[in-house]
Structures are given as structure tokens and as C-alpha cells.
Design a protein around this ligand. Structure first.
Ligand SMILES: Nc1ncnc2c1ncn2[C@@H]1O[C@H](COP(=O)(O)OP(=O)(O)O)[C@@H](O)[C@H]1O
Ligand SMILES: [Mg+2]
Length: 593
């Protein structure tokens, strides 16, 4: 408290003013006392001289016995002081207070001595007769420069002192009052300085704590007003800056959050500084739990850790492909860049792109090419073998030749089917997004398809049954593609069902879709093969499929056709009992259909 400006200012003002006032008071008291004393002295002396003048004649004449005594008594009432008349021998002639005859000779009193010599005398003494200190003034009664007698006027010292005390009291009171007033004025003045300062201190503290909307009311034009305005301006600039920084941060956060690529930043020690939501999803981790931890602790991948360490040391951008197995096996292409500050590298930021799907597509492409080559080579090898045998002489035997040619013909057909299936597949794949859809009546299309395939069924003595619950909703689809889809499913059903079996095609409305189910009483499909049926060239039993003239592409084509029509397919099958392939196609929602 005593450190505050208020107290310091008050103390300085107080001590300076107090010293000044005390010095002034002292001087005033002194001079006033002197003045008052001189005033009393001159009053008493002039009275004494008056009395001396008045008595001059009596000294030359013959006054009565009690003349001076009576005169003194009268005079005492005039001046309210003790009046004594003394002759040149020191003998008291009259006294206003005591009986003159009882009084001793006064010739030795200093004031009397002085008056005897013709001057004025004065003396402060204790009066044994009156028992108090008295101030005595004595003047000679003169005639022609001869001293005839002495008039002495005495006033009690206490009376003079009372006057002086009064002066002291008045001036002392004035000094004290002035000091009190000064304290009040100074403390209210310093308050007017200090209160705004205290308010500023409080507001500055609140601003520092983040309450940036706090401002100071400025109502003065002095330095304190300027300081308040400065503080308000500073807070405003701070608000602006923080808003800008927040905006920037939000922008960066939004960018990081919307990225599909994972972003991980680490400091020089390899501890995580930042992870974006994509990276959180990739590694099934949480930013809050990973902050400040080592990468190896959080992602548990040695290659990633090593890559980041290399990047930290080399201070260059590095791109590398890394396999990460937790939580799922995945391939990432990771690009790193050093985080630079004025002092150098402070960390590394890594951008992780999940290229698992890309790698898978690549693998599938390679597999496909290998499969296609293999599928093409098999019939070609067979054809070449028979042609060579024919050329080597088998041609001579017409029976064998006819048999060989039949095989060659079959193999050529197979090649044809294979190529046309490949073309269909690449067509549906290529057509994705730009197919010719139109309103399509499924009942007609189903009946057409079945009639195309019915000779094949009757050859195997199979019952081919169609059951359509009319009316079927119209669908919005490419007629050729849906036709191909139906042919593939019904063809499979006939192919993989033994002679005398049964194939059922049922179509009906199913909520907002059309449901077409193709069931057979055929060989069925093992449970673990079902998920792979729609892969290209996948066949449960390769030899059997070949024997049946299959290419292994039919269901792959079906899958693609359904994809471009937003449809789906379900497979139910029991080995040895039969299979059901159920297709759902969304009903066309255009009222024109
Ligand atoms: N109705 C079905 N019954 C039993 N197996 C089937 C049926 N439909 C398809 N499959 C199995 O699925 C495989 C893939 O069919 P698909 O792609 O049409 O090839 P493909 O008919 O040329 O062999 C077939 O080889 C066969 O093993
Ligand atoms: Mg097929």
C-alpha cells in the first residue's frame, strides 16, 4: 500500500507543506509576539509619561499626604495596571495595589535605576509582595532636565503571556487546519491520478487473460487519457491480430480436415505435433492421445519411423512407398518435407496417400492380362496341335480328320466366345456413366431371353419356367445390357444343372425395385466360392466350366451391368441342391415411363 503513487505523492506534499507551514508559523508567531509586546510596551510607557507629565507640578508644590496614593488608585482604574509613584530616593509615594508605608525602598530596582538616570527603564521580575512575575516600566518625572520623581507602571507577566498564547493558538490552529486541508486536497488529487491507473491495471490484466472486449472509458485529455487510449488501441490491435491468427488457423484446420491424404507432423525428436482426421482414420488413432508421443509408439511401424528419421536428418523432401500392417495391411506413398524455422529444421511433415486400392487395381490388371493370355493360349495350342497332326498325315484318314476338324471348330467357337465376352466386358466397363438408358418393359425382355435359351434347356430335358407378377414397374435401363445380364444368369442355370432339372425365372415388384430371381436345381456353389463368383475368370470347377463352354467372364459382366444400373445381386446356394441368383433393379422414377 505504501508503495503506491498515491501514498508517495501524499507523503511528499505533506512533508514539504508541513515544513513550510511550520517555518512560516514559527516566524509569524515570533513576529506577532514581538509586535504585541511592543504594542503593550508603548501603550504602557505612553501612559506612564502622561502620568509623569500630570504629576510634574505636584513635585514642585506641596501635595497632600495621600495625594499620590489616591492618584495611583485612580490611575489603576484607567489603565488596568499597577501604578506606583516613587521619589528620587527610591521611597514609594503612592501605589495602586499596596500600602505605600509597608513598601521597601525601590532605589535598587533596575527599572528605577534607569529612570533615575533620566531614561526609561523596564524589568521583568518576580514580585515578592504580589507573588507573581511582573513587567515593570518606569519613566522619570522631569523638569528642566532634572529628575523629580519616578512613575512606574507594572503589568502582570501572565497578562502579556495570555496575549502571546492567544497568538500561538490562533496561528497553530491555522497551520494544523491548513495541513489537514492540504492532505484532503492532495489525496483527492492523487486519487484522480491513481484511480484511472488502477482501472487500467485491472483492464490490462483482463486483456492478458483473454477478455479482449474490455475497453477503458476515456474522459480526459491529459497523459492518463492518452495512456487509456493507447491501451484501448493496443487491445483492438490484439483483437484484430488474434482474429486473423484464428482465421488462418481455422483455414489450415479446415484444409487439413478436408484432405483425403493423411498428414502427420513431428518435431526434431520424432514426437507427434499434429495429425489430421484422415490420418486418425487411417491408423485408428486419436489426436488427443497421440500428441507429444513418438511415432513408433502411436503407429507402430518401423519403416515409417525410419523414413521420418531420414527426412529429419537429410533436410530434404523424400517420397517413398511404405507398407503398414496395423490396423489393416495397406500401402502408402509417403512424401516428407522438412519444417523450417529461422533456426533451421524443427521437424518434418509427412503426407500419406493410401495407394492400397491403386496397387490392387494394378495387381488385378496384371492378373487379367495373364489370365487372358492363358485363356487364349489354351484353345490356340489345341488348334495348333490338331492342325499339325492333320498336316502330319491324319488328313489321310477322313474319319479322324472329321473328328479333328470338329474339335478345331469347337476351339474356334470357344475363342470367339472368349473374345466376344472380353469385348462385352470392356464395353460395359468403358460405358460406365454414358450408357443409353431408356424406359424398359422387363416382362417382354424376360420372355425373349427365355425363348432364346429354351432350345438349350429342352436339349437337357429341363423344365424352364417363367413366372412374372404383372404389372412390373418400368425401369430406366439399357435394354441390350439387361438382356445380356438375363442371358448370362439363365445360361448359367441351365449349364450348371443336370439333365432333367428345373430352372425358374420369377419377376415381381419389390418395394421401389424389380426383383428377378433365377433358380435352378443344379450342382450348387460351395459357400466360400460365392464371394469370388463375380471375379473375372473365376470358376468353381475349371474343367467343368470349360467342358460346358464357359469363359468365366459371364458373372463379371453381370456385376458391371448392375453397377451402371445401380442394381445389386444376391446369391443363395446349397451344394447338390441348386442355386438362386436374385437381381434387384431400381424402378424408373421418371413419370414419363
Ligand atoms: N447357376 C449356377 N450353378 C452353379 N454354379 C454356377 C452357377 N452360375 C455360376 N456358377 C459358377 O460360377 C462360375 C462363374 O460363372 P460365369 O462367370 O458365368 O462363368 P462361366 O459360366 O463361363 O463358367 C462358373 O464357372 C460356375 O462355377
Ligand atoms: Mg456363364
Amino acid at each position: 500500500m505504501f508503495n503506491s503513487i498515491k501514498w508517495r505523492l501524499t507523503a511528499i506534499f505533506f512533508s514539504v507543506t508541513a515544513v513550510f507551514l511550520f517555518l512560516m508559523g514559527f516566524y509569524l508567531i515570533n513576529s506577532m509576539e514581538q509586535y504585541s509586546f511592543q504594542n503593550t510596551q508603548s501603550r504602557v510607557l505612553s501612559y506612564a509619561r502622561l502620568v509623569a507629565d500630570d504629576l510634574r507640578d505636584s513635585f514642585t508644590g506641596k501635595p497632600s499626604k495621600n495625594y499620590y496614593q489616591d492618584y495611583a488608585h485612580r490611575a489603576k482604574n484607567d489603565i488596568n495596571a499597577r501604578v506606583t509613584v516613587i521619589d528620587t530616593s527610591g521611597k514609594v509615594l503612592g501605589d495602586s495595589t499596596l500600602d505605600k508605608d509597608t513598601m521597601a525602598n525601590h532605589a535598587n530596582h533596575p527599572e528605577i535605576k534607569a529612570a533615575m538616570r533620566g531614561g526609561t527603564g523596564q524589568s521583568l521580575r518576580y514580585s515578592t509582595s504580589l507573588r507573581e512575575r511582573m513587567f515593570y516600566f518606569a519613566v522619570p518625572v522631569k523638569s528642566d532636565n532634572r529628575v523629580l520623581g519616578i512613575v512606574r507602571v507594572a503589568i502582570p507577566w501572565s497578562e502579556i503571556q495570555a496575549g502571546q498564547n492567544h497568538i500561538r493558538f490562533t496561528i497553530g490552529t491555522a497551520v494544523v487546519v491548513a495541513l489537514i486541508l492540504m492532505i484532503i486536497v492532495v489525496s483527492s488529487f492523487t486519487s484522480s491520478l491513481v484511480v484511472p491507473l488502477q482501472e487500467m491495471t485491472q483492464v490490462a490484466g483482463e486483456i492478458a487473460e483473454g477478455k479482449l472486449d474490455r475497453t477503458l472509458d476515456v474522459d480526459s485529455n491529459d497523459e492518463i487519457g492518452a495512456l487509456s487510449r493507447g491501451l484501448n488501441y493496443m487491445a483492438e490491435r490484439l483483437r484484430d491480430n488474434i482474429r486473423q491468427i484464428t482465421e488462418e488457423r481455422n483455414k489450415v484446420e479446415a484444409i487439413l480436415a478436408s484432405m483425403n491424404d493423411g498428414v502427420i507432423a513431428v518435431d526434431c525428436n520424432g514426437n507427434i505435433l499434429l495429425i489430421n482426421p484422415a490420418a486418425e482414420r487411417m491408423f485408428n488413432i486419436k489426436y488427443e492421445n497421440s500428441m507429444g508421443k513418438g511415432v513408433i509408439e502411436v503407429i507402430r511401424n518401423y519403416d515409417l519411423e525410419k523414413l521420418l528419421q531420414t527426412a529429419l536428418m537429410s533436410e530434404e523432401s523424400i517420397t517413398r512407398e511404405v507398407q503398414i500392417f496395423i490396423p489393416d495391411p495397406k500401402s502408402f506413398r509417403i512424401s516428407t518435407a522438412p519444417l523450417m524455422s529461422e533456426t533451421g529444421v524443427v521437424g518434418v511433415v509427412a503426407v500419406l496417400r493410401d495407394i492400397t486400392a491403386f496397387r490392387e487395381v494394378e495387381r488385378m490388371k496384371t492378373d487379367f492380362v495373364a489370365n487372358v493370355s492363358h485363356e487364349l493360349r489354351t484353345p490356340l495350342t489345341s488348334i495348333k496341335g490338331f492342325v499339325e497332326t492333320l498336316m502330319d498325315g491324319a488328313m489321310e484318314d477322313p474319319k479322324t480328320a472329321a473328328y479333328f476338324l470338329e474339335i478345331i471348330n469347337d476351339e474356334t467357337d470357344r475363342l470367339n466366345r472368349l473374345i466376344s465376352d472380353l469385348l462385352s466386358l470392356s464395353k460395359v466397363e468403358a460405358k460406365q456413366g454414358k450408357i443409353r438408358k431408356a424406359a424398359l418393359n422387363l416382362d417382354k425382355l424376360i420372355i425373349n431371353t427365355v425363348s432364346i435359351l429354351s432350345p438349350q434347356a429342352s436339349e437337357k430335358n429341363q423344365i424352364l419356367n417363367v413366372d412374372i407378377k404383372i404389372p412390373l414397374p418400368v425401369i430406366n435401363a439399357d435394354e441390350d445390357m439387361i438382356g445380356q445380364l438375363l442371358i448370362n444368369l439363365v445360361d448359367n442355370a441351365i449349364k450348371y444343372t443336370a439333365n432333367g432339372g428345373r430352372v425358374d425365372i420369377r419377376a415381381e415388384r419389390w418395394n421401389d425395385s424389380v426383383k428377378i430371381a433365377v433358380s435352378d436345381t443344379g450342382i450348387g456353389i460351395p459357400r466360400d466360392s460365392i464371394p469370388r463368383l463375380f471375379e473375372r475368370f473365376y470358376r468353381v470347377d475349371k474343367a467343368r466350366s470349360r467342358e460346358m463352354g464357359g469363359t468365366g467372364l459371364g458373372l463379371a459382366i453381370v456385376k458391371h451391368i448392375l453397377e451402371v444400373h445401380s442394381g445389386r445381386i444376391e446369391v443363395d446356394s446349397i451344394v447338390g441342391q441348386g442355386s438362386t441368383f436374385t437381381v434387384y433393379l431400381p424402378a424408373g422414377n421418371d413419370p414419363a415411363f
